[in-house]
Write a protein that binds this ligand. Structure first.
Ligand SMILES: [Zn+2]
Length: 498
């Protein structure tokens, strides 16, 4: 190996170790840490972050990257891809002054506190000054980068490399009228039964069942574990240690099963990355949207399918015989796919979910452009909810204050959720062409061939290809909503007899 490449790998490896050590601390913070540990943990994470940043933005790294770009010009090779991705990260990190990073971190700590209070009192005015500050900082962040077609491009690009605002607007623009039409058609039909989902379920039994499902998916408990945390998430410490968390809510007992499948989908992606990429810039999923396509696929296309429940339902019914008495697999499947416009994004069904995202995207673009002011957000939010979903949030907690993202200054993130849904359906059509009897396999509880297909075609590449390039390789086209529309139309056509 070239001496310069070895040196770059050494530095990036150490930066990656520091990042993973910080991830362990964050995981502990959310899973085990007593409340009293918060202040010290904040300092520890800040110190690790600072050391990693200093190491990474050193002049030596820039010089190595410049030389190595000439030495490895072919982006199709692992080395070429590694250098391209590191150089992009390096350029970004160098453009943003450390003083700004500190200011943004302090502002977001303040904003998270204000947001929590505002949400608990359902009063947007408590959050407004902090959000105004965050929006100003985001605009300042954009100013550190060369002008793009649209100022929002810079923010979006941090999550979806190569995606532009206009691309996402085009994709969503094509999808929106179709989803609105579908929801309207469903609303005119008889609602499905789901009262049996609101009964009392034993927490431990639900938890154990969730682990049974993800084990069958192929989540390897010798390289991961599932712990309890307030918000379900997946976190990676190495290619052989990928954790998931989950929660149990009394009023939505079976949501634990779907959360486990979702986080398992993220984890399988990380566990499937080529081990040779460990401690390099390629050692993770390529983007949030592609990551979300994996979690949504296991949660929805697999976990909310009829074949899936034809396999798992008999055992579920045996485990919860009194709650599910007289309920057939088909009835259970329909309940798991109930469509109902609702206020809260994270609880939204597949048919309405993307509309929650489109509303947020339009608001974010408006804030960044300056065509929307923070003070008007509650009204704008509610008007859009009426337009898209036909319902008006009764208060700010169920409306504009529901998500944490804007409090920590994340603008540009939301659309990746909807893009993930769209991508999952494109990949699913492709998988089904290659695995002709996939439904039959799922009905038998066999997931190995599907998991292996995803590993070979997507997971192993980690960060090697940008999202749109990966899609081109895997499905032969860029991100496009037509497969998702076909999927929704067929599924809900059957369930609601449209
Ligand atoms: Zn997710």
């Amino acid at each position: 190996m070239s001496e310069k490449l070895a040196r770059l790998k050494e530095i990036i490896g150490e930066v990656s170790d520091l990042g993973h050590a910080a991830s362990v601390l964050s995981w502990d913070q959310q899973v085990y840490m007593p409340a009293g540990g918060a202040e010290a943990r904040g300092q520890q994470l800040a110190t690790l972050g600072k050391i990693a940043q200093e190491k990474f933005i050193a002049d030596e790294v820039g010089e190595l990257l410049e030389d190595l770009k000439k030495e490895f010009p072919d982006p199709e090779t692992d080395e070429g891809a590694m250098i391209r991705v590191s150089a992009r990260d390096y350029d970004k990190a160098r453009r943003v002054p450390t003083s700004f990073v500190v200011e943004q971190a302090l502002a977001s700590t303040q904003a998270i506190g204000d947001w929590v209070r505002a949400k608990s009192q359902s009063d947007f005015s408590i959050f407004r000054p902090a959000l105004e500050k965050n929006v100003e900082l985001v605009k300042q962040y954009v100013s550190f980068f060369p002008p793009a077609d649209h100022p929002y491009d810079t923010l979006l690009g941090d999550y979806e490399s190569g995606m532009k605002t206009a691309d996402v607007q085009e994709i969503f623009g094509a999808l929106r009228p179709k989803q609105v039409k579908l929801i309207k058609a469903i609303s005119e039909k008889k609602q499905v039964k789901d009262s049996f989902l609101q009964k009392k379920y034993n927490e431990k039994k639900v938890w154990d069942f969730s682990e049974k499902i993800v084990s069958k998916f192929g989540y390897d408990f010798t390289r991961g574990r599932q712990d309890k945390a307030p918000h379900p998430f997946e976190t990676t410490f190495s290619v052989n240690d990928v954790r998931i968390t989950n929660r149990f809510e009394k009023d939505q007992p079976l949501a634990t099963l779907f959360s486990a499948m979702h986080e398992c989908g993220h984890a399988l992606y990380e566990l499937g990355v080529n081990p040779a990429y460990e401690r390099t810039s390629l050692a993770s999923g390529t983007s949030l949207a592609v990551h979300e396509s994996q979690s949504r696929m296991w949660e929805n296309l697999v976990g909310r399918s009829l074949p899936f429940w034809e396999h798992f339902y008999p055992e579920l019914k045996k485990t919860f015989s009194s709650q599910l008495e007289g309920v057939s697999a088909k009835t259970f499947y329909k309940a798991a796919n109930k469509v109902e416009p609702s206020f809260i994004r994270v609880n939204a069904d597949e048919a309405t979910y993307n509309l929650h995202i489109m509303l947020r995207l339009e608001i974010e673009i408006g804030l960044v452009e300056g065509s929307i002011e923070v003070k008007d957000l509650p009204e704008i939010w509610n008007a859009k909810m009426r337009d898209y979903l036909g319902i008006t949030p009764p208060n700010d907690a169920l409306g504009v204050l529901q998500d944490i993202h804007w409090s920590y200054g994340s603008i540009g993130y939301f659309s990746t959720y909807a893009l993930g849904n769209i991508i999952s359906a494109q990949i699913w059509e492709r998988v089904n062409k290659d695995i002709r009897d996939l439904d039959e396999q799922i009905r038998k509880g066999q997931f190995g061939e599907l998991r292996e297909w995803l590993r070979v075609n997507i997971h192993q590449f980690g960060h090697k290809y940008d999202p749109q390039d990966l899609m081109q390789r895997v499905v032969g086209s860029k991100i496009d909503s037509s497969a998702y529309v076909r999927y929704l139309t067929k599924k809900y056509g059957d369930i609601y007899e449209l």
